[in-house]
Design a protein around this ligand. Structure first.
Ligand code: CA
Length: 220
């Protein structure tokens, strides 16, 4: 037991450096990881799909997939994992870390970009660097399917109209015959220019409040 404790202490240290989480936060995440994986070394899609708080989330599929997406591991790798271990889990969770008062402006900007990349990747499911109309439609349809009385055709119409607006904002001189290939990351960044999302992007569905990384019911 002593040996394995030393081992995990060493691992924790490494993860703290990589993610900026505190020791306590990592311990909390480990606790939650063990719960989710039912005490296994790795987490499967099934483990996450069974989370009750996620059941009604319209973009559940994208959220679950994000955990297995190699792009979210900060290593320039692509593709997806079958299952993820604790370290990979923490790397994904680090995208939800809120900025701290101690951070410099530069660090805050880098963090913002990182979060935007995470969101962008969630939509760009085939990872070609563009969110195409097809990909955008899928997300809008899923978002709108929440309100059961909206027909698929209506959802489609709303997605298409939204995309057209995005296209005309991002490519102001587009002619009627020009084909809009999709939202690039630069466009995406523009779209979110006015949105303060650094502290807003957090998850509650894992029963982990990422603003504090406390497990269980938060007292705030
Ligand atoms: Ca794409």
């Amino acid at each position: 037991m002593g040996a394995s404790q030393t081992h995990s202490a060493y691992k924790y240290q490494d993860l703290m450096t990589k993610t900026g989480f505190s020791l306590e936060q990592i311990k909390n995440l480990h606790y939650r990881f063990r719960q989710l994986s039912e005490n296994n070394e790795t987490l499967s899609r099934e483990n996450l799909e069974n989370i009750k708080d996620l059941a009604d989330n319209p973009i559940k599929k994208q959220i679950v997939e994000a955990f297995f997406d190699k792009r979210n591991q900060h290593q320039n790798e692509m593709g997806s994992f079958e299952e993820i271990g604790f370290e990979q889990f923490v790397m994904v969770m680090s995208h939800f870390r809120p900025p701290t008062p101690k951070m410099t402006e530069e660090e805050k900007l880098a963090m913002r970009k990182d979060k935007l990349h995470f969101l962008f990747n969630m939509h760009d499911s085939d990872n070609d660097g563009k969110i195409t109309l097809e990909e955008y439609r899928k997300v809008v349809e899923e978002l709108l399917s929440m309100s059961g009385d909206i027909e698929k055709d209506t959802a489609r119409g709303i997605a298409d109209a939204a995309m057209l607006e995005v296209a005309s904002t991002n490519v102001p001189n587009m002619g009627p015959d020009d084909y809009y290939e999709g939202i690039t990351f630069e466009h995406f960044e523009q779209m979110f220019k006015e949105v303060e999302m650094e502290s807003r992007m957090h998850v509650r569905f894992l029963d982990v409040d990422t603003r504090t990384i406390h497990c269980g019911s938060s007292t705030s």
